[in-house]
Design a protein around this ligand. Sequence first.
Ligand SMILES: [Zn+2]
Length: 266
Amino acid sequence: MDQTEEKVVLKIKERAYQIIIALLVLACLGVGMSDPHVVSEKNKMTQKIVLIRDDDVKDDTAALEWMTNTIIAKDAKCTYATIPHLLTQSSITYLKSLDPARFELATHGYDHTETENQVAVMATAKDLMIADFGRVPTSIAPPYEIVPPGFADEAKKLGYHSQINGNIDSSTGLYTFPFNFRWESGWNQYNASYHSLDDFKKSFDGWYNNSSQRVFTINVHHADLYENAGAMKNFSSSLDYMNDKGGIFFTTEEETYQEVTKVKNR
Ligand SMILES: [Zn+2]
């Protein structure tokens, strides 16, 4: 081998090393990019959110246990709108035992009879929630969705972040999520009537496929639902339906509030 040939061989070796190093770097990057944790965190920022609020939580009945177990089994989350004055000691123990990351406890009035005078009882209701659960409630749901004057200002003053309701002036600063789907289609004095699973799918798909809204809110009353086997089955199937769609994640109301305002403020 003369000197020129040696130089050529060296050049080839050098180039081969460069290619190997470049391939190694690409391989490392590839591994980084396909890290499932990294990907899921990134997707979470743009994924659609489903928020379920279950109303009139007051005692630890079989109905509430059924709702809790269904939410856990389907890996969903739920915000329980809790009536502080009607809680029993055993319901307090039961609700305290639930994972707060999966079950948020929101304040649903004081004893659910107050409507026009509820601004006056909001501070007491909040104190009761703190005394019973040792957590500061941040989501509020006025009974019968009746929002008297001063409600939002008082709620904000007491540290509430949001409510799900169609009836509030958002200029007050209390974040309001509109209802997208209520399982009850009507009420009479004995029981509730329910939408079908197809009604749910139509409403959900309309949002999933077309809406620019990031959040889909669902409202249900576990105690009424529990009296209707067909409606229970449909509610449970709706959770499977959403899970099978993919690209959505379930949140509590407070988690939704944090997520939505974080994206807004970026
Ligand atoms: Zn209620």
